[in-house]
Design a protein around this ligand. Sequence first.
Ligand code: BT5
Length: 257
Amino acid sequence: MVQLHAYHRAGWDIRYFARVSSTNTLALEAGQQGAAEGLLLIADEQTAGRGRLDRRWVAPAGTSLLMSLLFRPAAPFTYTAPRITMLCGLALAEAVAEVTGVAVYLKWPNDLIVGRDARWRKVAGMLSEVGGGADGPSFLIVGIGLNVNVPPAVLPDLAPNATSLLAESGRSFERAVLLDAFLTRVETHLAAWRAGADPLRLWRRRLAWLGEAVLLQTPTATVTGIAEDVDDEGALVLRLPDGRRQHFPVGDVSLRV
Ligand code: BT5
């Protein structure tokens, strides 16, 4: 397999950068200027990597897979776009398991974690953003940061519970191999979807903690409950202590111990 900077694949317009502010920011700009579906921006290093809710994504140069994919979801956008994000998360989980043997789970809404007990560790995060014009949203950017060869000693600088594929397996991995496996899975799931398979069903099956007691931090409150399900838009459905069921579109979930 080739090095990451030389990786190409039919059907994708892959552009590699040594250093950028944020691949998501660049991809949003490209989308706004009319870039076609299939644009894939990859960077070795980001100076302003972003997480959700204005948080930061930190990754030492050259250690990680940092990328943003541009999609132009078919109508209705609000149905299709979340499914593309789910499909990418699913493809990432499958690619990581296949290439590295590390058992990973999806953590609602968009993280990839290792372990699903109280000692879970985050190995990847995803940031989906939409862009468009006065007529409404027209494109989706799926940003992915996967900690591949981040040395264990550096992990505490990223986040208290960060991990990497190197830390989990004791081996380092060619990022292009992971990218190739990921794109293969994305293509397979897109084709299966066109043939009628809803990606939400498969995504739901890989989610950690369905049926378990969780703590949910929303932008405005902390809520506890049983993570019963996800709804048709991917929102988390919690059974609250008073018996009510409530749908939460955003938040950070952790296992309640
Ligand atoms: C995410 O946000 O997990 C989405 C991360 C998306 C990053 C990719 S990299 C390529 C593309 N370009 C961008 O600018 N972004 C995307 P969130 O769920 O909000 O998690 C952010 C939190 O994760 C931070 O507040 C830290 O606590 C933690 N964190 C930061 N860097 C980390 C890392 N490398 N590994 C694990 N955790 C990290």
